[in-house]
Design a protein around this ligand. Structure first.
Ligand code: 6PG
Length: 246
């Protein structure tokens, strides 16, 4: 049910644009079946694949062929199955020597796609940004216990130590860049997420609590993950939004 709703929401957002569409993908196990769903009908023959540009909110600093690669996962689940022009697939480079090189190159790529070096709140970079929630309250590769990612003017950061498995260095977009979207869509599924989701929604201080956007902030949550009882299989929480942190 979460899979169907998420796929339909992403497809609807893509279909709203007459021009180029920019989608920012996330990693982890929750979005994989959603990507697989988008590769099937009715989406496979109806979405304007040549107009969609694909980016990632974070990746693990491993080769794209590695099973832990977020880009590799999305390519296997979706992008390799639909006619995506190779030039539209903007993976985070992991074949460079250092995290610093990777984040600098990706930052340049994002700025060049955007056409400006400063984000303009009236001109969102992305049409939709997908997000996940870790059981420790992380999102993208912004982990608890460090606030170096707040107040930075960097668009992309290298993260030497991941707070949760897989324990490999990461590259991540920062909050203001992910905020520059028409819609930010969190996908949260399964009982293991219930406790942390309750704490995040209550406003406790976790990285995921600091996520914000100038557009719509939507939490798509299944019944197992929901801290509140509800009768349907999936609920959409729209109201929760924190103020951007400086
Ligand atoms: C990553 C992700 C990460 C993920 C959460 C939730 O590279 O690991 O981008 O932020 O979204 O950890 O992952 P699951 O869906 O596997 O629980």
């Amino acid at each position: 049910m979460l899979i169907e709703k998420a796929a339909a929401r992403i497809a609807a957002r893509i279909s709203q644009s007459d021009t180029t569409v920019a989608v920012c993908l996330t990693g982890g196990s929750t979005p994989k079946p959603v990507y697989e769903r988008l590769a099937k009908e009715p989406y496979s023959s109806s979405l304007p694949w040549d107009k969609i540009h694909w980016f990632w909110g974070d990746d693990r600093f491993v080769p794209i062929e590695d099973d832990r690669s977020n880009a590799g996962m999305a390519i296997k689940a979706l992008l390799g199955k639909i006619p995506a022009p190779p030039g539209n697939i903007h993976t985070i480079p992991t074949d460079v020597s250092t995290l610093e090189d990777a984040s600098r190159i990706y930052q340049e790529e994002l700025k060049s796609f955007y056409g400006k070096t400063q984000l303009d709140p009236k001109v969102p970079l992305f049409d939709i940004v997908l997000m996940g929630l870790g059981i420790d309250g992380h999102t993208a590769s912004l982990f608890p216990g460090t606030s170096t990612f707040l107040g930075t003017d960097r668009w992309v950061l290298g993260v030497q130590e991941a707070g949760l498995e897989p324990f490999v260095p990461r590259i991540t977009l920062t909050f203001p860049v992910m905020a520059s979207t028409q819609e930010m869509l969190f996908l949260v599924s399964g009982q293991s997420k219930r406790e942390i989701l309750g704490r995040v929604l209550a406003g406790e201080n976790f990285p995921a609590t600091s996520a914000y956007t100038e557009g719509n902030l939507i939490w798509l949550v299944d019944r197992n993950a929901s801290p509140q009882e509800f009768s349907e299989g999936v609920t959409t929480l729209q109201k929760f939004q924190t103020e951007p942190k400086e």
